[in-house]
Design a protein around this ligand. Structure first.
Ligand code: ADP
Ligand code: MG
Length: 394
């Protein structure tokens, strides 16, 4: 990886724009349920403040509609947590793209958090006009958002074309180094676990991934899509019916590589108080929701995990936030922790689960990234990294 690093840039007296990944999981009331990504973003910020830069930090949070501010996706709770971690005030700037009049109040050694970058029209489309305006706000652009490096958006990609300097922050550089080293020559068998709720984005990387790994364990909405392909029915469970063909193609291309769940913990409604019922997969009814893998399925997975040489994990295998449906993810987390394999886990909710079940210190490497980590694993050059590389070689 040939990129300029923040540590090699003289930032004294400069305006530094840091794109961080502060996209943390939140509870119903907006409270942050896991602050790992915020803590992981602190070193870059602290370094710039200590070296006398005027620091601006932005991130996305959730999936707001562009062009409209909304309270639920505001970075306000993040500003508060960041302020606690840094021990300095962290003002949140709302309309920050145009003009930059607010910059007058930002002195060297001070920090401002710029409101959710996905409130800006053109962010997701990587719009050049938006990127140019943002670039005008700074002297140095620093991308420290490894978790969003698989997306070419205005704050992760476009802006880097127009700033005088574009560099990688310590988290970005550290993740690339660590994952590159761990996955260059992985000990076999290499087992990937892919679960969670972002079915369409994750399922599309699975074909390439399946070719690289020895076993592909699926959970959550991903597993449901495979069960739908294999058995034709999953009731009302979360899945991506449009991608059943894709799931079937993977099953056909790699026979025996993807263990299909044999049992599941089901409910009739998606709620923390729903009554859990354990069912064999053949007995799923049309009004059932699969909310967790059952113990027989998890036992099969635990045996595979125990024999693995390397484990990469993104995505909880059930709705672990609800006690009655947390058993599968908890057992899986414990199996990964107990395995002698080199284990890598990543993803906002995956980290939340790992912390909840108290196994973080027995995972070999925890990445802040989920989707980016899967694409890195797939062997893709991440667009945000490619942009930093092209700036470094120019
Ligand atoms: P990550 O943030 O680790 O990349 P995702 O965001 O893709 O993971 O998915 C995490 C979410 O998936 C969790 O909130 C969890 O409740 C949900 N989930 C897991 N299994 C199921 C399921 N069977 N049905 C619905 N949601 C699920
Ligand atoms: Mg998530």
């Amino acid at each position: 990886m040939n990129v300029l690093r923040l540590s090699d840039v003289d930032v004294r007296g400069k305006r530094v724009f840091i794109r961080a990944d502060l996209n943390v999981p939140q509870g119903d009331n907006g409270a942050i349920t896991d602050d790992t990504r915020i803590r992981a973003s602190v070193p870059a910020i602290r370094d710039c403040l200590a070296r006398g830069a005027a620091v601006m930090v932005t991130s996305h949070l959730g999936r707001p509609k562009e062009g409209e501010w909304n309270a639920a996706d505001s970075l306000a709770p993040v500003a508060q947590r960041l302020s606690e971690l840094l021990g300095v005030p962290v003002p949140l700037v709302k309309d920050w793209v145009d003009g930059g009049a607010w910059q007058g109040a930002l002195k060297p050694g001070q920090l401002a958090l710029l409101e959710n970058c996905r409130f800006n029209k053109g962010e997701k489309k990587d719009d050049d006009a938006l990127a140019r305006k943002m670039a005008k706000l700074c002297d140095v652009y620093c991308n420290d958002a490894f978790g969003t490096a698989h997306r070419a958006e205005a704050t992760t990609h476009g802006i880097a074309k127009f700033t005088p300097v574009a560099c990688a922050g310590p988290l970005m550089a550290g993740e690339l180094d660590a994952l590159g080293k761990a996955l260059a020559h992985p000990a076999r068998p290499l087992v990937a676990i892919v679960g969670g709720a972002k079915v369409s984005t994750k399922l599309t990387v699975l074909k390439t991934l399946a070719a690289k790994v020895d076993v592909l364990i699926v959970g959550g909405g991903i597993a449901n899509t495979f069960v739908l392909a294999a058995h034709g029915r999953i009731g009302k469970s979360l899945a991506e019916p449009d991608l059943v063909g894709e799931a079937q193609a993977i099953l056909d291309a790699f026979p025996g590589k993807v263990p299909i769940p044999v049992d599941a913990v089901c409910a009739k409604e998606f709620s923390a108080t729903a009554v859990p019922t354990l069912k064999a997969i053949e007995n799923i009814e049309p009004d059932d929701l699969i909310l967790d893998l059952g113990p027989s399925s998890v036992a099969v997975l635990a045996t595979i995990i125990a024999k693995a040489g390397t484990i990469v994990w993104n995505g909880p295998i059930g709705v672990f936030e609800f006690g009655a449906f947390a058993g599968g993810t908890k057992a899986l987390a414990e199996a990964v922790a107990a395995s002698a394999a080199f284990s890598i886990a990543g993803g906002g909710d995956t980290i939340a689960a790992i912390n909840k079940f108290g196994v973080a210190d027995r995972i070999s490497y925890i990445s802040t990234a989920g989707g980016a980590f899967l694409e890195f694993l797939e062997g893709k050059t991440l667009p945000a990294v490619a942009m930093l590389e092209s700036r470094a070689s120019a």
